[in-house]
Design a protein around this ligand. Sequence first.
Ligand code: IPE
Ligand code: MG
Length: 217
Amino acid sequence: MDGNGRWAKKRSLPRSAGHVAGAKTFKNIARYCNKIGLKYLTVYAFSTENWKRPEDEVKNIMNLLRDYLKDAENFKDENIRVNFIGDRTPLDDDIKALMEKNEKASANATGLTLNIAINYGGRDEITTAVKNIIKSGLKPEDITEQVISDNLYTKGMPDPDFIIRPSGEYRLSNYLIWQSAYAEYWFSDILWPDFTEKHLEKAIDDYNHRNRRFGGV
Ligand code: IPE
Ligand code: MG
């Protein structure tokens, strides 16, 4: 969900206003994905690298997350299952508690599974997986791609078919680097706060015209 800061700058607003607008877009798009019957949506909300930002901005993003999580009722009527991926260790205790509360409250929802990536980094995820696999005592000959997948935050979930990156950047930025081996990408100049259902429809339509061969012919 990229481009919040530039969206705000264009309007001579503080970066925090961009994050507020981006949070609204996030809720809107998540609801829309559920409505159209999508099964999994994973959003990149805060990366393991985002701690490098000024303290004020990090606080601001964490407070937006807090507000969102306090509104646990959000998901109940909507049948959205909320799940967090990433390393929670450095997060504030109240945020960790709210994350668990949201996951528990929505655990039986059968609609969209909404993965929210917080303090998520693909390399960090793989490093953690390696540590856990070694701790589990598996032998080298027991290590398969499935074993690695099963030790990622996304265990039990399908790999992403489609990854959308807005804001005109053409990079992965450490996002789902293992899982996206065969994902289709869609890049666009739209800044995240401006991203609408229409843009998503266009992206999905493009996706539907792609020819996925997975290395075959
Ligand atoms: C994405 O928008 C939000 C987060 C990474 C939390 P940015 O804040 O990265 O916006 P730009 O890239 O500065 O425009
Ligand atoms: Mg950015």
